[in-house]
Design a protein. Sequence first.
Length: 211
Amino acid sequence: MLARAQKNQARGNSTRAAIMRAATELFAQSGYKGAPIRAILKKAGVSMGSFYHHFKDKADLYISIADEGSLAVRRFMRSVGDFETGDSLEDRAWSFFRAYMQAAAKNDSMVLLLISEKETLPENIKTMMEDEIARHRRELEQGLTAGVEAGLLKPMDARMASEAIVGMVLHLVRVYFTDPSVDMEDVISALARSTIGIIRSMPGLNGDGGV
């Protein structure tokens, strides 16, 4: 009985993963509205019944994919480490963004899904994505604050710095994945140099200038 249950669970997990892979590719290629459920199921090779066993509707599927992508981003952010490594700000910025862009390139369909067609998505999905971006901004703010408190970064308005960095990253990642003429090394350089510039020039909470 246990072996059968485990086999059924493995089959179910495989079916769910196949649906999500197919949907990720089609959403990235055709957009949310341009990827009907039947097309997703045809690509995944599963039945309509299997789809509704795992997802309530297309919006639920999209949210599940976005959640998985966001979790991967959070895991990556944690894996990079914190400011206590002893590396210089320059070294950490270049290493981080090189690893970030290389990881993103390996999951280009997921990235395209998360950065495209925000205006055409259902409101509940837009709200979820905005909340996730806000989460990343808060985590960055906490990291910058910790760096300041540890004496590894100059005093700054960490909230404003995190807003500027996240906005810049979202823009440049979107440029890279939507314009084939843009070179990854150029994006890595822009991300690292801009982040360093923001951190060094950001005034403190009392209006003091950067160092």
